[in-house]
Design a protein around this ligand. Structure first.
Ligand SMILES: [Fe+2]
Length: 151
């Protein structure tokens, strides 16, 4: 018997919400990469670049999963802003403030990823679950590292 994924549209909605939050997070990291100042500049400038490159890959994975569920990934800034909880970072140059922002952004992403994973899991969507499990464990690692960096 052919396996059916239930709630495809609802899962795609959750993935589109996660995608939108990731897009905001991505642009925040670019802003911090550019604007950060101070003694930690060299380290954070590089770290934020590494994180936004990782985020770009995750964004692509999520969008392509939405397509596999036969829905359309959100793809405009207008929709990303409307469907996300992560506010845009503006004029942040301070080390501690930037680290707090990245941490709280990642916490929002983690909650979002859990919500999508719960629905995918109860809907028999193993493909989304596999992708989301990787996203969740990578966010958990990132959150631990950011917390460990606090003085
Ligand atoms: Fe750069």
């Amino acid at each position: 018997m052919k396996r059916e994924i239930k709630n495809k549209m609802e899962i795609a909605d959750k993935l589109n919400s996660l995608l939108s939050n990731y897009e905001m997070y991505y642009q925040n990291l670019r802003a911090l990469h550019w604007n950060i100042r101070g003694r930690m500049f060299f380290m954070l400038h590089e770290k934020y670049e590494e994180l936004y490159n990782e985020a770009a890959e995750v964004i692509d994975e999520i969008a392509e999963r939405v397509l596999m569920l036969e829905e359309t990934p959100l793809h405009t800034y207008e929709d990303f802003i409307k469907n996300s909880f992560i506010p845009a970072v503006k004029n942040v140059t301070n080390t501690n403030e930037s680290l707090d922002i990245v941490l709280s952004n990642q916490e929002v992403l983690l909650e979002n990823a859990f919500a999508a994973n719960d629905l995918a899991s109860e809907s028999g969507d193993e493909g989304s679950v596999a992708m989301l499990s990787e996203i969740i464990s990578s966010l958990e690692k990132g959150i631990w590292m950011l917390k460990a960096s606090k003085e």
